[in-house]
Design a protein around this ligand. Structure first.
Ligand code: HEC
Length: 245
């Protein structure tokens, strides 16, 4: 009985946690086997995120090897903050400066995909909206009053929230978010932007757990090995049991 309760809790807890968090999260489909997506994600990450955020547990040469990008191409196109291919992905800004400029700590993004989850990241990067009352002129539905500017606004454009009002249980008007309306178009369409953010999150999931990449490849070999083993083992089994049946 205890076991059943434990299994139930494990299954239901994440749902409860999400319900408690309130915000609805969009699902993103992560695929570590999709090299083109990881390459695009790396490009976006280096260009748009690494100026403020570090990824201090990741080395450029490890990324080059895992994602199969030649090291000289990494050096030429993806390294803006460091000189040596063996460096970790740090930034030039000091923690003190960052705190002074942004009024808050700029977190390292090495393991954010694990702490927040891929769906959260995917939703967060797609829910910035214009809000004149905020220092950067934007707010975020997933991370209320966030201290980060909408750094991808040139790609996505700027949008404003659209609310609908309905009567709550107590008869009062309640305002809920029903969608967004573009107020300044970006260089990408909504679909293109979703795809770009998916690539970026795919890359961040890889950064959060590079060993996953190896497990992915090893997994394929293990399955192949088991298949070959089956071919050998099955006739053997037949041979051993022949006299008994
Ligand atoms: C101009 C500097 C700057 C840039 C560029 C930037 N960010 Fe941020 N980011 C911040 C700051 C500051 C915070 C902290 C916000 C807060 O706590 O209110 C933050 C917070 C975050 C968080 C929340 C982390 C957490 O767990 O609380 C995520 C995720 C994030 N950024 C992702 C990104 C990604 C992905 C990019 C690139 C597309 C990016 N950021 C580019 C300044 C920046």
């Amino acid at each position: 009985m205890k076991k059943i309760i434990a299994i139930f809790l494990v299954a239901v807890m994440p749902m409860l946690a999400q319900a408690a968090g309130g915000a609805h999260l969009d699902k993103v489909d992560i695929d570590m086997g999709d090299k083109a997506s990881l390459h695009n994600g790396a490009r976006l990450f280096m260009n748009y995120c690494l100026s403020c955020h570090s990824a201090q547990y990741m080395r450029y040469n490890r990324m080059a090897a895992d994602l199969e990008i030649p090291e000289d191409l990494v050096k030429e196109n993806l390294m803006f903050a460091s000189e040596k291919i063996g460096d970790t992905m740090t930034i030039a800004m000091s923690k003190e400066d960052a705190s002074a400029w942004f009024g808050t700590k700029v977190p390292d993004l090495s393991v954010t995909a694990r702490s927040r989850g891929a769906d959260w990241l995917y939703t967060y990067l797609r829910t910035f909206y214009t809000d004149e009352s905020r220092p950067w002129g934007v707010n975020n539905t997933t991370f209320k009053d966030v201290g980060m500017p909408h750094v991808l606004w040139e790609l996505e454009g700027l949008k404003k929230p659209v609310y609908e009002t309905h009567k709550g249980e107590d008869g009062q008007d309640v305002k809920t978010l029903s969608g967004y309306e573009i107020v300044m178009p970006g260089t990408m369409s909504a679909d293109e932007y979703d795809k770009a953010v998916r690539d970026l999150v795919n890359f961040m999931v890889y950064v959060g757990e590079p060993a996953k990449m190896q497990r992915y490849t090893i997994g394929i070999w293990v399955l192949l090995f088991l298949a070959v083993l089956l071919i050998v083992a099955y006739p053997m089994k037949k041979e051993f049991w022949k006299d008994i049946h």
